[in-house]
Design a protein around this ligand. Structure first.
Ligand SMILES: Cc1cc2nc3c(=O)[nH]c(=O)nc-3n(C[C@H](O)[C@H](O)[C@H](O)COP(=O)(O)O)c2cc1C
Length: 194
């Protein structure tokens, strides 16, 4: 059964945004095409960034990649180890922590977050689903992927095809079918009533 997590929004938003949500039940047999993977990464590349510094760096780890199982076993924390391996691919989002002259890049994580967000939207537009994972053993991920010291590992984005919620059990199933919740609009808009 397809899980419907489309929220009732306080104002209309684009379908691609309303339909995005973070599942944990992914189709274990689904493989991302090269074109899909490139399209998602390209969406991240075209994110805006402070002074157009483009501090983001991505790594693409498909389920077929030799390092995939190592990252899932050693690089993910807790329950993430149970569900994330089913996704077709993991996209690492890292950010440069200093410019060429050594100046700290204070907006880099914000910029990389924008890139991550656009990659999620692009994946959704392709009919895929994504789920960001911040629960990482960052030193393990860095070491497995041989990531430079000047890059901060931020998240992995699991990308894949949605599978039935019934593939999960217990609390994981309950969370998969629970309605999505947010603060009210007037709680987050702290000034001005449109
Ligand atoms: C930076 C970041 C880190 C996250 N880390 C995890 C994680 O480690 N494990 C997990 O299951 N979900 C993780 N999530 C997913 C959030 O829990 C999820 O986006 C949030 O509950 C809202 O649900 P929705 O995306 O379905 O609207 C993370 C999301 C973000 C943006």
């Amino acid at each position: 059964m397809t899980t419907n997590k489309k929220p009732v929004t306080a104002a209309p938003i684009a379908d691609v945004l309303a339909e995005r949500w973070s599942p944990r039940s992914f189709d274990k047999a689904h493989v991302l095409t090269k074109d899909e993977a490139l399209s998602i990464l390209e969406a991240g590349r075209w994110a805006p960034s402070a002074n157009n510094m483009q501090p983001w760096r991505f790594a693409y780890i498909s389920r077929e990649d030799a390092l995939h199982s190592l990252i899932c076993e050693k690089g993910l924390t807790g329950f993430n180890q149970a569900w994330a391996p089913s996704a077709s691919a993991l996209i690492l989002v890292a950010a440069k922590n200093k410019a060429e002259d050594g100046t700290p890049l204070t907006k880099a994580a914000y910029d990389a977050g924008l890139a991550a967000s656009l990659m999620q939207v692009q994946a959704q537009e392709l009919g895929l689903h994504t789920h960001q994972i911040g629960g990482l053993v960052r030193e393990e991920v860095k070491s497995i992927l041989n990531i430079d010291e000047d890059l901060d590992v931020l998240v992995l984005i699991a990308v894949g095809k949605l599978a039935p919620a019934e593939n999960l059990e217990g609390p994981a199933y309950d969370r998969e079918i629970a309605p999505r919740v947010r603060l009210e609009l007037n709680e987050v808009v702290i000034y001005g009533q449109p």
